[in-house]
Design a protein around this ligand. Structure first.
Ligand code: CA
Length: 232
């Protein structure tokens, strides 16, 4: 199998170098870019399997680069953030990033995240060839194999994470899960990020699924405990 190609978009050469060194040792093929424009160009021309994207970059910042890449590609994007405020923005905006990791981070954690994100995107690609397995919940039809959801027979555009969270909860309806449990089960690896990731994903999912996201009928909150799926 060919080495997976990672594009590192990071202007601090010392950080880029150390990431490159460690990922090369893991068997990845590495490309680098040192400003936002170069990063965008390489993201679109080199067809990487995953992109590591810093936020504070010369010429074009990481938020703008992320949005531009998403207009043309579903490549997994792992954002490198340095500050709390950036985490809020990464989580809060519809950037289309798949994941984020806060500096300073350990290489083992970074490598685990990279592998998990590449694996998930491969699973989603392969899902299109699976036989369909549609389960109905009220007006909602979830194809558990193909990553497709329809409401009132109209397709919903869910991200991978949103779909996986919905599927996990729907397959275990009425069972309440804590945010920590959902991070571990749905995000699929030891997740060092904070549980806000779950809240933000639930909020986005509700905006897409529910008639009124402030009065949800599918994804329910159990106060002080967590979330569960209910058949309306
Ligand atoms: Ca930077």
């Amino acid at each position: 199998m060919d080495a997976k190609k990672i594009l590192i978009i990071e202007d601090e050469k010392s950080i880029s170098d150390i990431i490159k060194f460690n990922l090369t040792k893991e068997g990845f093929a590495i490309e680098t870019a040192f400003n936002g424009q170069e990063g965008l160009d390489k993201a679109l021309s080199l067809n990487p399997d995953l992109i590591l994207l810093d936020i504070m970059l010369p010429i074009m910042d990481g938020f703008a680069v992320c949005k531009k890449i998403r207009e043309q590609s579903n490549v997994p994007i792992l954002m490198l953030t340095a500050k709390e405020e950036e985490v809020d923005k990464v989580l809060g905006l519809e950037l289309g990033a798949d994941d984020y990791i806060t500096k300073p981070f350990g290489m083992r954690e970074l490598i685990a995240r990279i592998k998990a994100n590449i694996r998930r995107s491969e699973i989603a690609d392969n899902a299109k060839n699976e036989p369909s397995n549609v389960q109905e919940f009220g007006n909602l039809a979830i194809d558990m194999n193909r990553y497709e959801v329809r409401k009132d027979d109209k397709p919903l555009e869910l991200t991978l994470r949103e779909f996986e969270l919905l599927k996990y909860l729907a397959e275990r309806e009425n069972h309440v899960f804590s945010r920590e449990q959902l991070l571990e089960e749905v995000w699929g690896y030891e997740y060092y990020g904070d549980i806000r990731t779950v809240d933000v994903t639930v909020r986005r999912l509700r905006e897409k699924l529910e008639d009124d996201s402030s009065d949800p009928k599918y994804i329910m909150t159990k106060r002080g405990i967590g979330y569960y799926f209910k058949r309306p």
